[in-house]
Design a protein around this ligand. Sequence first.
Ligand code: GLA
Length: 381
Amino acid sequence: MKNEIQQSFFSQFSGKPLLVKSPGRINLIGEHTDYNKGFVMPAAIDNAMYFAIGKSGNTVLGIHSFNYDESLVFENLEKESLPSWANYFKAILQILKEKGITINGVQCVFGGDIPIGAGLSSSAALCCGFIFGLSELFDLNISREEIAKIGQAAEHRIGLNCGLMDQYAVLFGKKDHVFRLDCQSLELKYIPFKLENHTLVLINSNIEHQLASADSEYNIRRASCEKVVELIAKGFPKIKSLRDVDLQLLKKYKNELQPIDFQRVNYVIKENKRVHEVINYLKDNDLKKVGNVLLQGHHGLSKEYDVSLPELDILIDLAKKETGVLGARLMGGGFGGATINLVLNENKETTLANIKKQYFELTGLECKIHEVKIEDGVKVI
Ligand code: GLA
């Protein structure tokens, strides 16, 4: 892939480009906890977006999407109506401009193998990879923390009111490690992920989470959480996020809350605890217990936070029936995309073939199976 991107650059532009690899991400546990200032446990993976990026020597800013085979020359960003991928570039360029950094004279080809709408953060890989590439190319010295925040601001501008997990995973991932990110202090702690005789497997439901609808549902979930915090903060001004709320305190407000908000917040508080449980089980490398927590996490995402789909629930039910699967859950924002599965290596092929076959029988859909490798975050290659 990297070579194809580089070749594509040479066929359209002049000069020698910088090559940047920007990975997708998984999240072992801690879903919808990041924007509640809680904990998450992501990692960067082997699916990645590649950028060949160079100075054009004039003021033109040209970008070519390898996957869509579309090119754009940015002239007047305010006026142009753009294909959806280009909106991310537009948002980034605008945000940088507001920070006093005007970018001109760039030529760039980007593309990769992170499936879109699969919950693997292709958009965070795109945003963070591009900002990182610009920073390297023009010696802007934008720190990784700052790149993450600019990437997040670009997503917000486009309409997804996301947290910072995806950007941190893309930027701070470390080979063979997951990390615990405290989304309040932004402190991160790497944890070696020793899979021994197991494999992490992504099973893509083949239902692309429809960005427009998924985003609005996503934003609705976030608004529910913030509404509850606002109410509790009236009595407890020190409460700034759900991070500070425990189940006991939440229960005191049960009668004042809409049942649906109560149910959603109840999920978030429990999911946050699950991150700590997984940390403890990883210390003993007790993957069986980790697997159980993943299953509980899926139950919460499906029945309490209500971000699953029948097809994702089917994938989890099928996984549960296999003795070779220790645990599984939908991953990312939800409403489509992939499940993450912790699978025993022994008989792995049969285990996965069973799930694939039955998924097709039950839904008429082909699922795509990918064995994940945990890799480093964004870097020049
Ligand atoms: C999306 C968002 C993240 C996070 C997850 C759910 O990937 O971009 O910030 O909220 O959903 O955990």
